[in-house]
Design a protein around this ligand. Structure first.
Ligand SMILES: [Zn+2]
Length: 258
């Protein structure tokens, strides 16, 4: 499931297009069917939380989002695709390289308007301008909201998904339903989340426990049965704004409810 670390690595893969001129621009969604970017040079791709911004010459940005299943494959031009063609939403090609966006959400916007897509985001955990103090302040704006919900709200800090919210709450020893105002050490919690994403920015497999064995890599996310640390049965809960609840796993002993 794409979280900030996955999106960051995707941006680094898309760096293979940087400095090259597009020779193919094939958008396979109705809203972009008329868009033709052939002849434009790719300047860079940056990630902002879970969003990708591929900037082209002359002030055009391709905005993409991986949602639950999306990915960008970047490979030598003419190579075999690794996913079915009907899942392709965009093909960007240069003389050397081909990038195929499978099951991604896409927009093409003026670079000057990027803020309309990502301006609402809180500080990016993997951004060059990461600001932990600002992230703490944003979290504190709604003190009554459950921390497990606040960590997923990309307006507070950008990049945490369902895996890292569960693992962050566990490592902080905080039950996910704890209101933000009752979290004992919010700066430490934000620092834990940052450290976890930062460690994984260049790694494909997520290991928060330090144990590489299958089934023991994550403390609580997706876990059934005993807690890896204390043996208490892991509980699960549905947490999120109404209609957007997602499962969170937690240990009632390591993360005692307040
Ligand atoms: Zn435990």
């Amino acid at each position: 499931m794409p979280e900030g670390d996955t999106v960051y690595r995707t941006a680094r893969r898309l760096d293979a297009l940087t400095g090259q001129v597009l020779t193919t621009s094939d958008f396979r969604i109705p809203s972009l069917a008329e868009v033709d970017l052939v002849g434009r040079t790719v300047l860079e791709t940056v990630s902002r939380g879970k969003h990708l911004l591929t900037r082209l010459a002359d002030g055009v940005t391709i905005h993409s989002h991986l949602k639950m299943e999306g990915r960008w494959d970047v490979q030598a031009a003419g190579s075999t695709w690794h996913r079915p063609a009907h899942e392709a939403r965009a093909v960007l090609g240069t003389a050397k390289t081909e990038a195929i966006g499978f099951s991604v959400l896409l927009d093409v916007v003026p670079t000057a308007s990027e803020h309309t897509l990502v301006g609402h985001l809180g500080p990016d955990l993997l951004g060059p301008d990461w600001d932990p103090q600002l992230a703490v302040e944003r979290l504190q704006r709604l003190p009554h909201v459950a921390i497990g919900e606040a960590l997923l709200d990309q307006r507070n800090l950008a990049g945490i998904g369902n895996v890292y919210r569960a693992e962050t709450c566990f490592l902080a020893g905080v039950a996910p339903r704890t209101p933000v105002s009752e979290v004992p050490n919010l700066p430490r919690m934000v620092a834990l989340a940052h450290r976890m994403l930062d460690v994984h920015r260049d790694r494909a497999s997520r290991i928060t426990t330090g144990d590489r064995r299958p089934g023991r890599r994550l403390w609580v996310y997706g876990r059934q049965g005993p807690c890896l640390r204390c043996g208490t049965t892991i509980l699960l809960d549905e947490l999120g704004p109404e209609g957007q609840e997602r499962t969170v796993w937690w240990c009632p002993s390591c993360q005692p409810p307040r």
